[in-house]
Design a protein around this ligand. Structure first.
Ligand SMILES: Nc1ncnc2c1ncn2[C@@H]1O[C@H](COP(=O)(O)OP(=O)(O)O)[C@@H](O)[C@H]1O
Ligand SMILES: [Mg+2]
Length: 371
């Protein structure tokens, strides 16, 4: 077989497996987490109240995939499911509208209906149906600005008391261990959620997951182990599985464009920067205006390291953002692994931090343009 690719040939057996929303057929290395999630839902299958759980782990550790995986398993059961992405639906009203849509099959009117009315409609309907409901609130860190999480969780918990016989299980998904400060201690104690931890993948686990993606997505022989190992290295360095998945895709695209049947080292530089931009563009599209402003100012400062105090001064020239809010947004950006923060030990209550971008400036700049 020639090494030259014909014009209408492709290296991709199944390009879909490289998309962000692709749900793998098996979730490697997540057996115990999936078991705990099943255990929490099991009572609902027997007419009892499901348990609540909270999934905790850094980005790209398979939390969203695990929720979708479990929901897929529940497809042939009586259990009603509502998946809410809090990046998109970031107020309790929007969250409830999403649940409404899952239950009724159509969206509620956008305005003129109060939260209380919407709530009553949804809960009454569920009660009539006589089925348990599992609500998953994914990326609750996106709700950071208000007490939306507390209100939402409280309403859902109270529903069981107000509408007798209603069985609702809540799955919360958080990317920071600090999620507790987003909820009052009263709410947490009623919620009684079991904590399910999603640790970062080890190098061997990353290799296993990426290798499987290669086998599913590319024709055999397109990517050899040596090239894959370089991708594994970059992925481990970035601590983000999505980088590796993207690199496989973009390196094969680059090889294809150059009419080669095999990915070679030359393809990797292109793949790395393209994959980074792709991840950023997707992260940025989910950020609020305050966070985007903070990032814009970090870029404008054009420094290797900037202190949180200096950054706050720059922001204050343009916005009335309070210091606490500013600090919460910084934490979120740190959690999303866009920036890196170090304590300096200086400043008010030792809270001054040194801020660094985790990725090359140009990549962020270009991702901004893609918005
Ligand atoms: N255990 C796994 N096996 C296979 N693919 C995985 C696994 N964990 C994560 N992925 C892939 O990594 C990417 C990020 O996973 P995701 O579930 O979105 O993570 P999180 O919600 O924790 O940020 C997705 O493309 C997903 O398919
Ligand atoms: Mg997720």
């Amino acid at each position: 077989m020639s090494d030259i690719l014909m014009r209408d040939e492709t290296l991709f057996k199944n390009p879909e497996v490289f998309e962000f929303d692709y749900l793998p057929d098996v979730l490697l290395h997540r057996d115990s987490q999936l078991q705990s999630m099943r255990f929490a839902i099991l009572p609902a299958l027997r007419g009892l109240s499901p348990l609540n759980s909270i999934l905790i782990g850094p980005p790209a550790t398979g939390k969203t995939s695990a929720v979708k995986f479990i929901f897929r398993e529940l497809e042939d059961t009586d259990i009603l499911k509502a998946y809410v992405n809090c990046n998109v639906d970031h107020t309790r009203h929007l969250i409830l509208s999403r649940i409404f849509k899952e239950i009724f099959g159509f969206k509620p009117p956008l305005s003129g209906v109060s939260f209380a009315q919407l709530f009553e409609k949804v809960m009454k309907r569920i009660k009539e149906m006589g089925k348990p409901l599992i609500v998953a609130l994914d990326d609750i860190n996106a709700l950071i600005e208000d007490r939306e999480l507390d209100d939402t969780v409280n309403s859902l918990l109270r529903a069981g008391e107000v509408f007798e016989g209603l069985k609702i299980g809540i799955i919360l998904v958080a990317s920071e261990v600090d999620f507790r400060r987003m909820m009052s201690s009263r709410t947490s104690s009623i919620l009684q959620a079991q904590e399910i931890v999603f640790p970062p993948y080890t190098r061997d686990e990353i290799r296993g997951i990426l290798k499987r993606r290669v086998e599913l997505g590319l024709y055999s022989g397109v990517m050899n182990d040596e090239i894959l190992e370089k991708i594994v290295e970059e992925t481990e360095k970035a601590g983000d599985l999505r980088l590796g998945i993207g690199m496989i895709k973009f390196s094969a695209l680059h090889a294809e464009r150059n009419a080669r049947r095999k990915v070679i080292e030359e393809d990797l530089d292109f793949a790395l920067s393209k994959s980074q931009k792709n991840i950023f563009a997707s992260i940025l599209s989910n950020l609020g205006k305050n966070e985007l402003l903070i990032l814009k100012k970090i870029l404008e400062a054009d420094k290797e390291v900037i202190s949180s105090g200096e950054l706050y001064r720059m922001i204050s020239e343009e916005s009335k953002m309070g210091y606490t809010t500013f600090y919460e947004h910084l934490n979120k950006l740190d959690n999303l692994r866009i920036i890196h923060m170090d304590f300096t030990g200086k400043g008010r209550r030792g809270r001054t931090r040194n801020i660094k971008l985790r990725y090359p400036r140009e990549i962020l700049q270009e991702s901004f343009k893609m918005l």
